[in-house]
Each structure stands twice: as C-alpha cells, then as structure tokens.
Design a protein around this ligand. Sequence first.
Ligand SMILES: Nc1ncnc2c1ncn2[C@@H]1O[C@H](COP(=O)(O)OP(=O)(O)OP(=O)(O)O)[C@@H](O)[C@H]1O
Ligand SMILES: [Mg+2]
Length: 256
Amino acid sequence: MLPQIRATRYVTPLKEGGSLPGIVEASDCGTYVLKFRGAGQGIKVLVAEVIVAALARLLDVPVPDLAVVDLDERIAKYEADEEVQDLLTASIGTNLGVDFLPGALGYDGALPPPRELAERIIWLDSLTANVDRTWSNPNLLVWHGRTYAIDHGAALYFHHSWPGRAPDPDRFAAQPFDASRHVLRDVAGDVAARHAELSALLPRPALVAAVDEVPDEWLEPTPWLTDASAVRAAYVSMLSARLADPRAWLPTGGDR
Ligand SMILES: Nc1ncnc2c1ncn2[C@@H]1O[C@H](COP(=O)(O)OP(=O)(O)OP(=O)(O)O)[C@@H](O)[C@H]1O
Ligand SMILES: [Mg+2]
C-alpha cells in the first residue's frame, strides 16, 4: 500500500508539466509533485503512474517514492490563480504525490546512466508501451548522480479503450513498440538480450502486488469489469500476456 497523507499547502505550479502538476507540502512534512485527479487526462493516468513505478522498483529502476495525497476544499479555496483553483477544486479527494527531488536536473545526455540501467528502462517502457521518453520529453531526472524515471502516465494506454470494449490481452501482447526514438537508445546495448533476466523479476504475484498499490476508487468499472478487483485482474492479464510473448514488442539489437 502507498502511504496515505494529506496536502497541507499548495506551493506553486510546476510550469514544465503538460498536466499542470503542482508542488504541495504534506502532512508527513514532505514536499510532493502532485498529479491531480481532476487534470484533463483523467484518473487513468494516475493508475498508470502507480503500476509502472511499482514495476520499475521491481526492476531496480530508480523512481521517486509515491503517496496517495488527500486534497481538501480549504486548499482550493485559498488559491488565487483561477486556473489552478479550478484544477484544485476538480481534484478534491485523493491525488498522486510524487516525492519532490530538490535540485534534480532534467536529463540532457550529459550524465548518461550506466548502459545496463538504460537497458532496464527501455525494456520497462517497451513492456508497458510507454512512448513518453524521447528527446522531446525525456521524463528522466538526474539527482545525486543517479538517473530517476518519472512520468509514466502515458503508459498502459490500452486502458483508455476499456469503457468501450473488453480488455484484449492478446492484442496488447501483439502491439509493437518503437524504441528507435527512445532517449536512452544510444546508451543501451541489446535490450532483447535482457528479456529472460528482467521478465523473471516480474512473476505473476509481483504483478498482482504492483496493481494492488492502486487505490480502489481510481479503478473505474466498465461494462466488462464491474468492480475494482475485476479491473485489477485485467491489468495483470494484460501485462502477463505481454511478458509471455515478447515477439512483437521486444526491441531487437538491430534497432540501434
Ligand atoms: N519528483 C520530481 N522531483 C523534481 N522535479 C520533478 C518531479 N517530477 C516532475 N518534476 C519536474 O516537473 C516536470 C513535469 O513533470 P511530469 O513530466 O511528471 O508532468 P506531466 O504533466 O506528466 O508532464 P508532461 O506531460 O509535460 O510530460 C518534469 O519534467 C520535471 O522537470
Ligand atoms: Mg513529463
């Protein structure tokens, strides 16, 4: 379970983020980048953030700690900026807190991660269909000399089709991944050669535990997935199917 805390002060918007994330102080005295449930992209983005960060931890890819952050209406009420106030008001309830890494640098290639970490990150992005780690949007931070992966909201995009059709694990398994524009492509070696070792770190119980980190109320039922536990099981099936058959999505050594 992720820690459950409360936002105590909205500090400032993070201008860089497309979804208008904000910095907040929280009841545990920590400072968090808050990803809002009321942002335009919807709550599924937060689900992807939680699941992919949990998989990253299993693969020993550094990610900031996450927390579920409750936002109450008083914080929204005292915000002067109208656009931010609307976002805060739309986000009353639970949101995703990403531990703020003070002074972290955006990745620019000057301090590349070790080759084998670059391979783990590309493999994770290929598995979860995360297209959001290119030079135009690296979504990597360098903090105390280590490379951290952030912003996984674009991954697992299959869930955006769930309101309209039943989950299709075979279809996801067969979805190719284009790693040629990945920001770490030139740092990594043969990603496919790592598949056996890395997939062994994600046995089914580990997938179940990763998906279990998502709060129940973020798991929207659909006509086919009528409660949170059905939605959880669907995420596990999708990931299991893709892990079991990597032929379509595994970046080959030849992609370099
Ligand atoms: N934990 C963190 N610590 C420090 N800075 C962060 C952290 N998370 C995000 N940032 C900064 O905020 C920016 C936006 O964050 P993020 O990419 O997660 O938001 P987003 O709204 O999904 O962005 P976009 O859609 O524009 O990529 C990052 O590029 C980074 O500069
Ligand atoms: Mg980003």
